[in-house]
Ligand binder design. Structure first.
Ligand SMILES: *[C@@H]1O[C@H](CO)[C@@H](O)[C@H](O)[C@H]1NC(C)=O
Ligand SMILES: *[C@@H]1O[C@H](CO)[C@@H](O)[C@H](O)[C@H]1NC(C)=O
Length: 192
């Protein structure tokens, strides 16, 4: 709980409220990015989305929330290869209402990018790692690892494929955190 609450509070106190009210204790809701809105990262924060995604330990059932002017942007969920090349032609899912929730319902790595022309190539993209229900992360697949290669044309150096980037959380704190969240939900139900 401590880690999850800190992550939520760091983003916004409103978010914690949202977690408790809208989430109904079923899963946390995280607003994507540390910017005002889902948009092209400013030159001062080129990797804002990558940093954001790494700062949070997601759990199965959590949701990520993209907020943006619907006339200016949209959100696509992409396959790993499409993510790597910013190929927006065949998204897994697309939301464009300006207030988009993607639900982390499957363990593994999920990829998202802006659907606005040119934005993905300007760094408006991110992935999140979702562990299994018991807190264990799946090993990234070969396509996951290929998607992270900095330059698609370059051969990956031998022996670099074993470190699952972004999957650094150990299962034990995760399980403990889940227990505390359940306890908090219980306490809230008694109070409210
Ligand atoms: C996530 O769940 C919410 C509420 O059930 C739903 O409105 C939303 O469309 C879902 N997101 C996706 C991408 O399916
Ligand atoms: C979590 O579940 C997976 C699949 O059921 C299993 O392989 C793994 O060993 C489990 N991990 C822990 C820490 O219980």
């Amino acid at each position: 709980m401590r880690m999850r609450a800190r992550a939520a509070l760091a983003s916004s106190p409103v978010l914690l409220l949202l977690l408790l009210l809208v989430g109904g204790c079923a899963g946390a809701v995280y607003k994507v990015g540390d910017l005002d809105a889902w948009g092209v990262p400013p030159p001062s924060k080129p990797d804002v989305y990558k940093r954001w995604a790494k700062s949070i330990h997601f759990a199965l059932g959590d949701s990520i929330w993209f907020l943006y002017p619907p006339s200016q942007d949209s959100v696509l969920q992409l396959a790993p290869e499409a993510f790597a090349s910013c190929d927006l032609s065949r998204p897994v899912a697309r939301l464009a209402d300006g207030n988009s929730f993607f639900n982390l319902t499957a363990p593994g790595r999920a990829y998202y990018a802006s659907g606005a022309p040119g934005h993905c190539r300007k760094g408006q993209k991110l992935w999140v790692d979702v562990p299994m229900a018991n807190g264990t992360y799946l090993q990234p697949s070969a396509t996951d690892l290929a998607a992270l290669a900095p330059t698609p044309a370059a051969d990956p150096p031998a022996g670099t494929a074993s470190a699952p980037e972004g999957a650094s959380a150990s299962p034990a704190p995760r399980a403990a955190a889940a227990g505390s969240v359940v306890a908090l939900c219980f306490a809230l139900q008694i109070l409210l």
